[in-house]
Ligand binder design. Structure first.
Ligand SMILES: Cc1cc2nc3c(=O)[nH]c(=O)nc-3n(C[C@H](O)[C@H](O)[C@H](O)COP(=O)(O)OP(=O)(O)OC[C@H]3O[C@@H](n4cnc5c(N)ncnc54)[C@H](O)[C@@H]3O)c2cc1C
Length: 113
């Protein structure tokens, strides 16, 4: 398959971290997207989380004024923290991701984002 042209290339750095971005939110200001910690730490995906969080934010705003109360750490935040720790402390990262592809059912794998 050689019949293609590269129109654009992308480059960037995805913050794969469980840093507590939400601590920068205040009563009246909330950071959104990557700046708000909406990037999934273990994969770098943000779009899906942003869709989910935006809906949650709308529901939240109907009953609450204080924006610093919006973000609460979830068990998934902890799972990501744990996974990143494993990746950071051994060289099996590529094998770990390959085994996810091999062992998980494809639909379940796609949910990991
Ligand atoms: C190469 C690459 C591929 C990616 N692919 C995917 C993908 O397939 N799916 C996915 O879900 N996510 C992907 N991501 C993650 C991606 O970063 C997010 O999905 C999305 O771009 C985050 O949007 P955002 O608005 O939060 O941040 P950004 O897109 O980074 O936008 C923030 C904007 O704020 C501006 N800014 C920063 N500081 C200031 C300031 N002080 N004052 C004014 N402006 C400021 C920046 O210049 C930037 O324009 C990818 C990231 C990279 C780098």
């Amino acid at each position: 398959m050689e019949n293609y042209t590269i129109e654009e290339t992308e480059r960037g750095t995805i913050p794969m971290t469980s840093y507590k971005f939400q601590e920068y939110n205040t009563k009246n200001v909330i950071n959104i997207g990557t700046a708000g910690g909406w990037t999934k730490a273990s994969t770098g995906y943000t779009f899906r989380n942003t869709t989910k969080k935006t809906k949650q934010l709308l529901t939240f705003l109907k009953k609450e004024q204080n924006l610093s109360k919006f973000t609460k750490p979830s068990k998934f935040w902890f799972y990501d923290l744990f996974f990143l720790d494993v990746l950071a402390h051994n060289e099996e990262g590529p094998n770990l991701f390959s085994s996810l592809f091999k062992k998980l059912k494809f639909k379940l794998f796609l949910n990991f984002r």
